[in-house]
Design a protein around this ligand. Structure first.
Ligand code: ZN
Length: 508
């Protein structure tokens, strides 16, 4: 250990065991900064030889102190892990600030608990840009966290692990301008707009007259065009991608415009809002239509790409709804040959009309399609995983606090009917046994290595993490946190191993 850090530890520890995160030790302005843990409490220490601590004036300090070693005097400040302090750290150390990925291939590693990022850092692979902060607005509300909370937890982890290689922060599934503004001011570098509320999924049911009527009523002003101009631009247009030619007929044009144009115009509005706030600052922008009812056809993809381009929207990545099912926490369900054919087409469209990356959402545990993604899109993909780190966290709980784990399973079973409404899942509850009849050693294989248990636990994370007692304290959240902090090395390695499998399967 750094000699001065060791002096501090020996002086400060007296009777209260202190863990120093050795990889965090860093010098700045004649001071040494590092992170420590006292019980479950995490703190920043700023230490300097002499009698002055210059950078400290910006920090909220809980405790000042001084000590001597031989003839040398030292001063230190112990600062709590707070938003204010983490913000100052980001100003002092640029490596703590999120960056943009541009066209670099990327992997998004959402973390609903706020403690998994050291595991993500250990799973990172050279050449694959990691997005450590990635949370959708829905996940934020389900976990009672904010964009700031997510980025602060990631900042802390990046500091703790001494990670210097750059990472992104993705504000995922943004559905309103308010959300967008919050994400921008929190310092996010990637904005994923989800305009699905503006997608008209009924389009296949409309008669030709209805289609025409709805086409005429599109928000032409926002689309910076009019009916005639639009027809002139696209009707009969041929777009050649590789050896495939897409011809936009009048009917297909009407159908696609009615289905997507309002959504595209909302995406453009969000893009320009971000651009206005950030000025010349770079950012990554993704449009996601992955939550529509039916798969996005290659022709629709062409239309969306052309329209975004016409409106000046520069996308870094585009998330489509792919064939097959991307259910939470389990492997891909569907015809692999069909998936292969479709991804091949979508990637060549993205190459030719962008280039921009193809973004795969709900990418956790989709092991059967990873080799296909690797084969056709290893240079043009953004893979988003999310809930998987939560399930890995529950592994640690199952191993070390079986009683708490049983409580969580029973609570999840109670919550299932309500919580499943937001998801498309095929969980068979009858195959999930009563945890009180399962041996401690069997909890992990029974609930975390089996699809039904995984989905049950995955979709109820919000209820588990936010349920409070009448007095206001969390029922499970803090106990889960304490368990993870107590077994943090094991947790990080478990998470890292699981994510490494994802990354290696795509980018081997
Ligand atoms: Zn998504």
């Amino acid at each position: 250990m750094h000699a001065t850090v060791d002096y501090f530890k020996r002086f400060y520890e007296k009777g209260r065991p202190l863990v120093v995160y050795e990889k965090s030790v860093v010098q700045n302005d004649e001071c040494t900064f590092f992170l420590v843990k006292e019980g479950a409490d995490r703190k920043i220490v700023i230490l300097s030889r002499g009698s002055m601590l210059r950078p400290v004036k910006d920090f909220e300090v809980a405790e000042y102190g001084k000590f001597r070693v031989g003839d040398d005097a030292y001063v230190f400040a112990v600062c709590p892990f707070s938003h204010a302090n983490v913000s100052v750290l980001r100003r002092v150390f640029h490596f703590l600030c999120p960056q943009t990925s541009g066209l670099k291939v990327a992997v998004g590693m959402g973390d609903r608990i706020g403690l998994a990022t050291p595991g993500h850092i250990r799973a990172a692979k050279a050449g694959v840009f990691p997005v450590f902060a990635q949370q959708s607005v829905r996940e934020l509300s389900r976990t009672a966290r904010t964009f700031d909370d997510v980025l602060d937890d990631v900042t802390w982890a990046v500091f703790q692990e001494g990670y210097r290689d750059g990472f992104g922060a993705d504000a995922d599934h943004l559905k309103s301008i308010d959300d967008v503004e919050r994400a921008v001011s929190a310092g996010y570098t990637m904005f994923t707009v989800d305009p699905s509320e503006y997608v008209d999924n009924n389009v296949e049911r409309y008669s030709l007259e209805e289609l025409e009527e709805k086409f005429t009523a599109l928000p032409w002003c926002d689309l910076e065009c009019d009916v005639e101009g639009f027809k002139k631009l696209y009707e009969g247009k041929k777009v050649t991608i590789g050896n495939e030619v897409f011809v936009l007929t009048r009917q297909s044009l009407f159908r696609m415009a009615v289905k997507y144009s309002a959504a595209i115009s909302f995406a453009a509005k969000v893009f320009w809002r971000v651009k206005t706030i950030l000025g010349n600052e770079d950012f990554d922008f993704e449009v996601s239509v992955d939550e529509t009812d039916v798969p996005t056809s290659p022709e629709e993809h062409v239309f969306i790409a052309l329209e975004l381009r016409r409106l000046g929207v520069k996308v870094t990545s585009l998330a489509l709804r792919f064939v097959g099912k991307f259910e939470k926490a389990i492997d891909y369900i569907g015809d692999l040959k069909e998936f292969e054919e479709s991804i091949k087409k979508h990637v060549s469209i993205a190459r030719s009309l962008g280039p921009y990356k193809i973004s795969i959402h709900s990418g956790s545990d989709k092991f059967s399609i990873f080799p296909i993604l690797g084969k056709y899109a290893s240079d043009l993909i953004h893979l988003k995983t999310a809930g998987t780190s939560y399930l890995e966290a529950l592994r640690i709980v199952a191993r070390h606090e079986p009683a708490l784990f049983r409580e969580i399973v029973l609570f999840a079973l109670q919550r299932y009917e309500e919580d499943r409404k937001a998801y498309y899942v095929t969980t068979d509850l009858s195959r999930i046994p009563d945890p009180n009849k399962i041996l401690d050693s069997e909890l992990e294989p029974t609930y975390l290595d089996e699809n039904n248990g995984r989905q049950l636990l995955h979709i109820t994370y919000g209820s588990v993490l936010t349920t409070k007692k009448s007095g206001g304290e969390w029922v499970y959240r803090e106990r889960i946190h304490r368990c993870l902090i107590e077994h943090e090395e094991e947790f990080y390695e478990t998470v890292a191993k699981h994510l490494r499998c994802h990354i290696e399967a795509v980018w081997s």
